[in-house]
Design a binder for this molecule. Structure first.
Ligand code: PLP
Length: 374
């Protein structure tokens, strides 16, 4: 006999989110999500779609017409980028210096690409000379890199140089901006990035569900002139174009509440001003960095590739990082995370993203972590 489940009302704990994402959601975004639904083809929703695209262009710093929220988490915008741009038999160059370069490789392989790698140790950025050498050796068609590697806390600093190398070889550049968009300087047009994707739950402080993607005309021309359709129906940009392009015709039911949410999250960025927002992340994360350094701890990446939105703090010898992480969660309702892959157990990953990037959170973090390490 099937019994009725005795499940109580939802009462999640009230955490402060300073891990690798999601970050704390701004109350205005939560409010926007709880407003009534309209249909995904309602004239009022078409207006909302226009707003989202205009705001997203502002935050990506691009004039790209093809700028849309992809239904799903950051991996959805990532899969849309790679699955559409990479055609079977093409060579795809990806980095080996972090967890998300590895995910790019898996996606490129599933798209039928042949993956080649440019190496750097985990915790370091790619060197331009190594990228140049990889291009000379492999002549890749597509080059993917991670602007803000959440697994290592490394910001790739030499982006214009990397895109220059790629374009000199007629390749297309895909940038993972999941942990940089809206928090760390990013200039899609000025840096000549062909395709950039992100997630809303990091520096935009919005729940996951609708993930930013932008493509240049040149990249979209490649996508629209593919010999074979991309393997995913759901993420096929030539079909999504019908909904997010001029026609506004049905493809799939947009996640209405998530589109409301990202509209409000992007509006908050525009109100603050994108440069001011980058400045706030630098200032608040700078205080966090100074605070942990005053405790005798250091950051793993060097200052020239420090990523303010994700601070990779080296755990002191003899300390079990996981114990300290459990301690701050239990005693302070504060979420931080451990390292991944090659850095598992060696670092704390402390996010400073969007609405979480506030001085009072830094004070809480420094007090809580200090106590956990006593
Ligand atoms: N790329 C990077 C750099 C990320 O940090 C993440 C998520 O943390 C992703 C891609 C994938 O995003 P999601 O987990 O939202 O699917």
């Amino acid at each position: 006999m099937i019994t009725t489940p005795a499940v109580g009302e939802l009462v999640p704990p009230n955490r402060t989110l300073m891990g690798p994402g999601p970050s704390d959601v701004h109350p205005r975004v939560l409010r926007a999500m709880s407003t009534p639904l309209v249909g995904h083809l309602d004239p009022s929703f078409i207006e909302i779609m226009n707003d989202v695209q205009e705001l997203m262009r502002y935050v990506f710093r691009t004039d790209n017409q093809w700028t849309i929220p992809v239904s799903g988490t950051g991996s959805a915008s990532m899969e849309t980028a790679i699955g559409n741009l990479v055609e079977p038999g093409e060579t795809v160059l990806v980095p080996s210096n972090g967890y998300f370069g590895g995910r790019m490789a898996s996606m490129a392989e599933r798209a039928g690409g042949t993956v080649v790698r440019v190496d750097a140790p985990w915790g370091e950025p790619l060197d331009s000379a190594d990228v140049q050498a990889a291009f000379d050796e492999h002549q890749p068609d597509v080059f993917g890199f991670v602007h803000a590697e959440t697994s290592t806390g490394v910001r790739q600093p030499n982006v214009p140089e990397l895109t220059r190398i790629a374009h000199a070889h007629d390749a297309y550049v895909v940038a993972d901006c999941v942990t940089s968009l809206g928090g760390v300087e990013l200039e899609v047009d000025d840096w000549d990035i062909d395709v950039a994707y992100a997630g809303p739950q990091k520096c935009l402080s919005c729940p996951p569900g609708a993930s930013p993607l932008t493509l240049s005309d040149r990249a979209m021309d490649k996508v629209l002139s593919r010999e074979h359709p991309t393997r995913s129906w759901y993420f096929d940009l030539s079909l999504l174009e019908g909904y997010w392009g001029d026609e506004r015709s049905y493809h799939h039911t947009a996640p209405i509440s998530n589109v409301y949410a990202i509209r409000e999250a992007l509006r908050l960025v525009a109100e603050e001003g994108i440069e001011n927002r980058w400045g706030r992340h630098l200032r608040v994360a700078g205080a966090l960095k100074a605070g942990v350094e005053a405790m005798g701890l250091g950051l793993n990446p060097t200052d020239d590739c420090w990523l303010p939105s994700l601070n990779a703090v080296v755990a002191p010898d003899g300390i079990d990082a996981d114990d300290a992480i459990d301690y701050v969660l239990e005693h302070y309702d504060l979420e931080i995370a451990s390292g991944l892959g090659a850095l598992a157990g060696d670092i704390f990953r402390i996010g400073c993203m969007g609405y979480s990037a506030r001085p009072e959170n830094v004070a809480l973090l420094v007090a809580a972590l200090g106590e956990a390490l006593e």
